[in-house]
Design a binder for this molecule. Structure first.
Ligand code: GLN
Length: 196
């Protein structure tokens, strides 16, 4: 059985759990770093990246998260989670986990449009996907080997870099589980490789 955790320090945790369960895998709420150990993949939810970072430090999670990332197990960051995964952040000297070869800008859709919905085409996932953006970041630049999965108004809003998947929006806030299912497939493939 595939087991996927959702980092549960802050943010939209329950919705990701529901989406993972809808995809038929075991979903685990992760509150302590020891709980990362027997997972096959991890979701970093949306919320507020600075608040999440504070809690990551408070509960001594950072080394364990980096280790998880470097072990080859897939990670999926949504919104604030995307910010945590990026190697570079506009206006900041240091990244957080810093494993996905992208540069991300926070709160980049402007104040007037704090939140909005758009039907987007996502490569390998859906021809139209109902994407919910809430004070969303976007990907300003992506490394050569990064696969761009989706753009909105010329801005990159979903991408994959090896075992890392990230999007600007909140797929878990809809009943459309196709991105979660795509991530579950990534996790299954990675697990298969590790068994070989
Ligand atoms: N604006 C938030 C941040 O910078 C992200 C918003 C979200 O996760 N919905 O962390």
């Amino acid at each position: 059985m595939i087991k996927i955790g959702v980092l549960a320090l802050q943010g939209a945790v329950r919705e990701h759990i529901r989406s993972l369960e809808a995809c038929g895998v075991e979903a685990v709420v992760v509150k302590r770093k020891e709980e990362l150990q027997d997972l096959d993949g991890l979701i970093l939810p949306g919320g507020e990246s600075t608040a999440m970072r504070r809690l990551i430090d408070k509960y001594d999670f950072m080394d364990a998260l980096k280790e998880f990332a470097h072990s080859g197990k897939p990670m999926f960051g949504t919104c604030a989670g995307l910010i945590l995964l990026a190697k570079q952040l506009v206006g900041y000297n240091e990244p957080h986990i810093g494993v996905m070869d992208i540069q991300v800008e926070r709160n980049s859709f402007g104040r007037q449009v704090d939140s909005f919905e758009a039907d987007l085409a996502i490569k390998d996932v859906a021809e139209t996907f109902p994407a919910v953006f809430i004070r969303a970041p976007h990907i300003v630049e992506a490394g050569e080997d990064v696969e761009i999965l989706c753009k909105h108004n010329d801005r990159i809003v979903a991408a994959r870099d090896r075992q890392f998947l990230g999007c600007s929006f909140h797929p878990e806030l809809t009943d459309d589980h196709r991105i979660t299912a795509y991530f579950v497939e990534m996790v299954k493939e990675a697990k298969q490789k590790q068994l070989v």
